[in-house]
Design a protein around this ligand. Structure first.
Ligand code: ADP
Length: 258
């Protein structure tokens, strides 16, 4: 994974260094239900990002003093593996990881009916195996699917995507080199499409009010695109599971006849 910064990130034809158009997202691939031991799980590839999410719960909460009398405590841990970036990253939780764990929880909590499970814990682990910019957004997207896969009642899926400014142009879904471009800005957004509600909005860098509006609209469009991929990934798991169940039932009936 070469991280050498190209001389120009966007050419005169508005094509980005990785051949994307300004409003084009990196390729996204999602799989739901891939960890046998977790109650719910999902995996996402977005460009070079590779992220796993696992959910346990609702389950008994330890330590007990963290129990909430009126709802489940949603506890999130975002973690980057030491091998997820070119320079070895310390496995100990950094300030950045503590911050991202918090914003991730806040982005996801409005989507979950936590009030159905008072005094319990819903534990969510987001493990970044390979990072290339935009991991908090991809982490929220994949975590929302892991929560759905765990069968936890939800108001909506949460889809997340960043938009920003690179070399004076407004772009969708910044990769690591674009994120680190000098005069740029990065605005990660999480969005619940059916409720039309934004649950995460951060901004790094400088934008005029006009630019900010364009960036926000573009990020929400990106979230809507991600939402389609999320739905397809859920459907793929449950349609396949249903087909297998039907086939097994049919086989059992055949055997019973013999
Ligand atoms: P996000 O991943 O949500 O964009 P940041 O803007 O904080 O979050 O980080 C941008 C990118 O910087 C990450 O996706 C990752 O590629 C890179 N990065 C973050 N932490 C480290 C680190 N400790 N060492 C090397 N690269 C890192």
């Amino acid at each position: 994974m070469s991280q050498k910064k190209p001389e120009k990130l966007i050419d005169e034809k508005d094509i980005r260094f990785d051949n994307r158009k300004l409003n084009e997202m990196r390729p996204v691939k999602i799989e739901v239900g891939i960890l046998g031991n977790a109650d719910g799980s999902a995996y996402i590839e977005q460009g070079k990002n590779r992220i796993l999410a696992a959910v346990y719960g609702p389950r008994e909460i330890h330590p007990k003093h963290q129990a909430l009398p009126d709802r489940a405590a949603l506890r999130c841990r975002y973690h980057m593996a030491p091998f997820s970036v070119q320079e070895r990253k310390s496995p100990a939780p950094s300030r950045r990881e503590v911050e991202i764990s918090k914003v991730m929880r806040e982005a996801l909590e409005p989507s979950v009916f936590t009030e159905y499970y008072p005094r319990t814990a819903i534990d969510l682990f987001v493990e970044v195996l390979q990072a290339d910019g935009g991991t908090r957004c991809a982490g929220i997207t994949v975590a929302s699917l892991a929560l759905a896969d765990a069968g936890i009642p939800m108001r909506d899926l949460v889809s997340a995507c960043a938009a920003g400014k690179v070399e004076s142009r407004i772009v969708l879904d910044l990769s690591d080199v674009e994120d680190k471009s000098s005069d740029g800005a990065d605005v990660p957004v999480a969005y619940m499409p059916n409720l039309n509600a934004v649950t995460l909005l951060q901004m790094d860098g400088m934008l005029t009010p006009d630019e900010f509006e364009q960036v926000l609209n573009l990020a929400v469009e990106g979230c809507k695109q991600i939402g389609q991929v999320q739905k397809e990934a859920l459907r793929a798991k449950y349609v396949t599971a249903k087909e297998v169940a039907t086939e097994t039932e049919e086989e059992a009936e055949e055997e019973a006849k013999e």
